[in-house]
Design a protein. Structure first.
Ligand SMILES: *[C@@H]1O[C@H](CO)[C@@H](O)[C@H](O)[C@H]1NC(C)=O
Ligand SMILES: [Zn+2]
Length: 469
């Protein structure tokens, strides 16, 4: 439609709506009012963006994350290191004057890797780069030596079931994106055990490799025998596949000391800026503080946790107190199955009607494009305007399908939710590997992420009304 036509048409529709209000048309006046209110925040948004990217806040988040990561290193659930890191966060946020800073107990699994190795004995002696998968049992002390069967899929394993008995099954599944390919990390052990295999080795679930194993949690089935399981590099998976193709006999000795110890008490780390007018209503922003026991957890998910802390810090430094409470939650034990966030949901869901909006960043803090959002059509219309406040840093995209993760419990139950849309094509290069270090992070890009996170959070928390459901 030509602009004038469209204007006339819209005007006509609005009048019709006013006339028929409550009869046929939905009352759109409340939503239009909220959208108009969002426009009033452009000056505050600019102030946040400038403070964070060129003002006093510039570089803060990177410096804070680097201090943290260099001090504590990796932080797996169950470890003393994670608890020390949580203590540090609680002390630092308290000292900085954030409000209601506290830990909330969570019972978490305690898996310990121990020493581990995979040695190819035939056709030649070769040390295979490997990492046990989280929750895997260990091998007998002397190791487990067996011939190898290479497959590319669960279907192929089913077809070759009669060849799998007593073998170490190597999965050289291709990379078809994380959500699809991660099934091999999750279930290779149980599928291998079903057909009588003695251990499974998966090709790392990674989009790129310089001979790096990428670990992660895996799931046994209580009714199926538990066998040791580990990941190997893309390069070695391909080599073993080529050898098997030639009909070469491959023998591997797998040694893993891995143990599942009794659960321990960890904590979700909580800090707030209390709302000035509706302190019981909450905008929750988050990332997870735990990491794998390899690498440094700078990207997964130091970045997400620290932009959530930094959003509070920026509001505090600018003297911005929204009408509703902004709560940062730094989850514990995400990597071992969303354990911290699930227990948090169980404890707090009784107040679900007070949760205005929930977000997590756990897919990188690279150059931000905007927000991935899930909510009603009305909430989406409001969010579109909120991200439009970010035009000066080109982060105005509102896409659907937020990652969910730790905040999925809330989103599934009707709370509007979001995640950080960012240029994360390299995320699975580093994910769950020794390559997850501060060198992945860019100070400038992290500042942009903080600006997005803070503007979106502040504006929603300060609107007269909660987002429509
Ligand atoms: C949290 O766990 C610690 C350590 O196990 C315990 O001392 C404390 O009493 C617990 N706090 C609450 C509120 O349950
Ligand atoms: Zn993560």
């Amino acid at each position: 439609m030509a602009p004038l036509c469209s204007l006339l048409f819209n005007t006509a529709v609005i009048y019709l709506c006013l006339i028929l209000k409550g009869v046929i048309c939905k009352d759109t006046s409340a939503i239009n009012k909220q959208i108009e209110q969002v426009y009033e925040y452009q000056d505050i948004a600019n102030k946040i963006i400038n403070f964070t990217t060129i003002g006093k806040g510039k570089g803060q988040v990177y410096t804070r994350l680097a201090d943290f990561v260099d001090t504590f290193g990796s932080r797996i659930a169950g470890s003393k290191n994670l608890e020390n890191a949580i203590d540090y966060m609680l002390n630092t946020m308290k000292k900085a004057g954030l409000e209601n800073v506290h830990g909330e107990n969570v019972t978490v699994p305690h898996w310990v890797r121990g020493n581990e190795s995979a040695t190819m004995l035939e056709p030649r002696h070769y040390k295979i780069a490997m990492m046990g998968l989280g929750s895997s049992i260990g091998t007998p002390e002397q190791g487990l030596t067996a011939e190898v069967l290479v497959v590319h899929s669960f279907d192929e394993l089913t077809k070759k079931a009669d060849q799998a008995k007593g073998k170490i099954v190597v999965f050289n599944q291709g990379y078809e994106g994380y959500p699809t390919s991660v099934a091999y990390r999750d279930y290779s052990a149980k599928e291998t055990a079903k057909v009588g295999g003695v251990a499974s080795l998966i090709r790392s679930v990674a989009s790129f490799s310089i001979h790096s194993p990428h670990t992660g949690w895996q799931d046994y089935d209580d009714n199926i025998k538990k066998i040791p399981t580990a990941c190997i590099t893309v390069e070695d998976a391909e080599m073993l596949d080529r050898m098997a193709n030639r009909g070469t006999k491959i023998v591997i000795r797998l040694k893993m000391d891995a143990k599942n110890l009794p659960p321990v008490t960890s904590r979700n780390t909580v800090a707030e800026i209390r709302g000035s007018k509706y302190p019981d209503e909450v905008v929750l922003i988050s990332g997870h503080l735990d990491s794998w026991d390899v690498g440094q957890g700078a990207m997964d998910d130091g970045g997400g946790a620290f932009i959530s802390w930094q959003a509070l810090s920026i509001m505090q430094q600018l003297g911005l107190r929204p009408k509703r409470t902004v709560r940062a939650v730094l989850w514990t034990a995400e990597e071992v199955g969303l354990v911290g966030s699930q227990q948090y949901y169980q404890r707090h869901k009784v107040n679900i009607s007070n949760y205005d909006f929930v977000m997590e960043s756990d897919m990188g803090t690279f150059k931000p494009y905007g927000i991935q959002f899930k909510g009603s059509q009305d909430a989406t219309a409001v969010m579109k305007e909120v991200v439009s406040l970010l035009s000066s840093i080109n982060a105005t995209t509102l896409s659907d399908d937020p990652e969910g993760g730790d905040v999925s419990f809330w989103i599934q139950n009707g709370v509007p939710g979001g995640s950080l849309l960012n240029e994360n094509q390299r995320y699975f290069w580093f994910h769950h590997s020794d390559g997850d270090t501060m060198s992945v992070q860019s100070s400038y890009e992290m500042d942009l992420c903080v600006a997005v996170w803070t503007v979106v959070t502040y504006v929603i928390a300060d609107l007269d009304e909660m987002l429509p459901r």
